[in-house]
Ligand binder design. Sequence first.
Ligand SMILES: [Zn+2]
Length: 361
Amino acid sequence: MKTATRSSLGKKSLLAAALGLLLLTGLTTKPGSAEERAKDLFGAAKLPTVTAPQSFGFYSKGCFAGGVALPMDGMNWEVMRPSRNRRWGHPAMIALIQKLSRDAASDGWPGLLIGDISQPRGGPMLSGHASHQIGLDADIWLTPMPDRKLTPSERENISATLMVDEKTHLVNDALWKPMHTRLLKRAASYPEVERILVNPGIKKKLCDTVTGDRSWLRKIRPFWGHDYHFHVRIGCQPGSPACKGQEAIPADDGCGKPLAWWFTQEPWRPNKNPDAPKARDLMTMANLPKQCQFVLDAPGPESAEAATYRGDAVAVAAPEPEAPSPPATTASGTAGLPGAVNAFTTPEVGVPVPRPRPPAN
Ligand SMILES: [Zn+2]
């Protein structure tokens, strides 16, 4: 951005920017600069806003308010790479992960290992994904959860399983199990899930092997990477008028010509300019929806614990320790947020119960 733009900023927006910086922790860059990279500002936000959930902008260019954290463990999931602090999402996304973890378990998948969802207030990330910015994307490993609680060190260090041969771009048949197909089918079955990104080899495997109902295959979209994990994207949620949805996917199963393209040379040619800056390296606050400045500036909860999603109840604050309310157990899914105010009584959730070790692992 040119300096002319910077000097044309009104006092009010400078003040707002400065206020936002004060509210952030761990920030080392100078305050108030319109040239400041959005990824540094959003990457430094440790906690979400305490406001109604709302997504602003697009999956790869936006932010969100009212985020909640997926608990580190559930009966059927464990959060991986917790040091990245990317277990935050729109409550609808977090609820969906919990629902998928239960349904997948009943389908025979031993539990979900959860990769990146979003930063607490979304926005561009310091590293990794271009999307995941509005709280509506989540990465889930194609490796089943082991039958024990992983240690903090294991969560940071163990590797997911590479499912695809990097030369042929075909699935490794020794690794791919029917339960992988069932997991993707289950994830695609939810109306709020609009797309599931997988490596083209995985899409091809499904195209070649799924019999019976193939209608869900249209949601399974081939994309680079996604050979250790799959990526679940839900649509813009009610209450987010400034959320920009993605164009509708084609009605067919996507197993024809568009998939064949992935098995040509073209998508795999080396990047001619690998050192060119990525969008996230250039994006400033001026490139994001204007609401994102307010998202940065808004106050946060006292702790991550206070904004952790507990089933259908979200603990937002903790004013009355002597009269805690129990977690709500009625109502399903994403409605009725924020829920009960109960940062205190929620028991330690998610010590996984022993179960047979999965054959795939
Ligand atoms: Zn992803």
